[in-house]
Design a protein around this ligand. Structure first.
Ligand code: 8YV
Length: 331
């Protein structure tokens, strides 16, 4: 009989779901939970036909240099900036991601982070826990309203549209900027108006970042962009840390040129800059926007289906439902 394809499961993920891989493949499981140095990833990918990975596994030309058999990588995330797409595409490796299944959970969290940041919820709780609530004060911990304000959304994909729909329920005016303008029906469904980048920055009372991280979006929110924003504005990032120039953001927050920031992602995560930790006017969460049990399970299930199909097995053999680079393949 033909030898079964070998796949690498980079970390333990819902064993009852990933067990489905064993029906088709010889599965190599790595029990280590933390980040792999590049040499270790390269070692794991040798003699492997496919891999199921998370954003902690950075894979590029160096990691796949000795991976002659590698044909497919299923990323358990909608973003895939951990993967060097041109290098993988050139090597004939099909990459898949997990869109759609995390849209609503991530949009919920974006909204929660926006509200917590604008209304200073974690700052207020810290203050209370410190035992400082001695008497009532009329002007204590005043925050920014959502209702009647303007929400700017940078990146109007599935998650951005989910945020826009929620904003309607809070009586916010929604402006967006995106690589391309959305069809008129989509715009009116989420009651969002397209504006240029500079106008978005200038108009937003709250700015939500929901765009993919690429060479083009690296540091789009830099000192110059921050200078165009209202000093009373709130910035929320649920996309990727590298979209924001963190030292420039810290400087703006520390010197009253931006009111507050809610961050779920960081340039050097899991490391968080101590200057951020020292700021009063930030809400900081550890990259959990998609973290609900149902959504995390759906992400893993989709990645498993993608890998099975990408390696030519199962009911959708050869046609994974969420390919990223199919059609760009040279071999
Ligand atoms: C994941 C994410 O939790 O989907 C994404 O792009 O950032 C998160 O949903 C994370 O990437 C896990 O790999």
């Amino acid at each position: 009989a033909e030898p079964r394809p070998r796949v690498w499961l980079a970390r333990p993920l819902f064993e009852d779901i990933t067990a489905r891989l064993d029906g088709h493949f010889d599965v190599v499981r790595t029990p280590v939970e933390d980040r792999y140095p590049p040499a270790a990833v390269a070692g794991h990918l040798r003699e492997i036909d496919g891999a199921l990975v998370t954003l902690s596994e950075k894979i590029g030309a160096e990691e796949i240099a000795g991976a002659a058999r590698l044909r497919a990588i299923a990323n358990v995330a909608v973003g895939y900036d951990n993967l060097d797409l041109p290098a993988l595409t050139a090597a004939g490796v099909l990459v898949t991601n997990t869109p759609d299944v995390l849209t609503e959970t991530t949009a919920d969290f974006g909204f929660a982070l926006l509200m917590a940041t604008a209304r200073r919820i974690t700052e207020a709780e810290r203050w209370l826990r410190e035992g400082r609530w001695d008497r009532w004060s009329f002007d204590r911990l005043l925050g920014a309203d959502l209702h009647g304000s303007t929400l700017g959304i940078l990146g109007m994909g599935r998650i951005g549209q989910g945020i826009a729909r929620r904003a309607g329920g809070f009586d916010m005016r929604v402006l967006y900027h995106n690589r391309s303008r959305l069809p008129a029906e989509t715009e009116s469904a989420c009651k969002a108006r397209y504006v240029g980048f500079a106008e978005l920055l200038a108009q937003a009372d709250h700015l939500m970042l929901v765009l993919p991280y690429t060479a083009q979006t690296h540091h789009v929110i830099d000192a110059a962009a921050l200078a165009k924003m209202k000093p009373t504005a709130t910035l929320v990032n649920i996309a990727r840390g590298g979209i924001v120039d963190e030292p420039a953001l810290i400087d703006a927050l520390a010197h009253g040129r931006l009111a507050a920031a809610g961050l779920d992602v960081y340039e050097g995560e899991p490391a968080v800059r101590p200057e951020l930790l020292a700021l009063r006017n930030v809400v900081l969460t550890p990259h959990i926007a998609s973290a609900s049990p149902a959504t995390r399970r759906a992400m893993v299930a989709l990645a498993v289906d993608n890998l099975i199909a990408a390696l030519g097995c199962g009911p959708d053999a050869g046609r994974p439902s969420a390919p990223v680079n199919a059609g760009k393949m040279k071999r």
